[in-house]
Design a protein around this ligand. Structure first.
Ligand code: CMP
Length: 137
């Protein structure tokens, strides 16, 4: 089933020069394609909306500080089963639990700076696309 998902390459990915490598891995999957890309330093209001389910968690404030610390890259990726597929490509939220061959498993070591976000469901994808790409909603 053809789906679309919202991906964020977090500030650590851009700072570490891993954006190209990560985008290559996404593009290497046959049948997936990028339909929107933007490099931008997100403002707090945008991230408060995106991370509203995490308000009050101990990691929330440091997460917002990290996510506003420099430019990120937001993408829309479309294709066959791309929602679960991209989550699998990311690997577990805690990079130490993420398998080899996954983006977090290969390149990250700490949970906050885990390089990439991908929507966890088709409903989340539509909600998040509205936040980052209102013109694609
Ligand atoms: P993501 O799953 O994209 O969205 C929530 C983010 O919060 C997550 O990636 C991490 O960057 C961060 N996060 C989640 N849990 C923790 C945690 N226990 N400690 C620090 N950061 C976390």
């Amino acid at each position: 089933v053809s789906q679309r998902t919202l991906v964020l390459l977090k500030p650590d990915a851009v700072k570490r020069g891993l954006a190209g490598e990560i985008i290559s891995r996404i593009e290497r999957k046959a049948g997936w394609r990028l339909t929107a890309v933007e490099l931008r330093t997100f403002d707090r209001a945008t991230l408060e909306h995106h991370y509203e389910e995490h308000v009050g968690r101990p990691f929330y404030e440091p997460l917002l500080e990290f996510m506003t610390s420099g430019p990120s890259i937001a993408l829309i990726v479309e294709g066959e089963n791309v929602v679960p597929g991209l989550r699998a490509l990311c690997g577990a939220t805690d990079p130490l639990q993420a398998g080899p061959g996954t983006i977090r498993g290969d390149f990250a070591t700490i949970t906050r700076e885990n390089l990439i976000h991908a929507s966890d469901s088709e409903a989340s994808a539509e909600r998040e696309i509205k936040i980052f790409f209102p013109s694609h909603a």
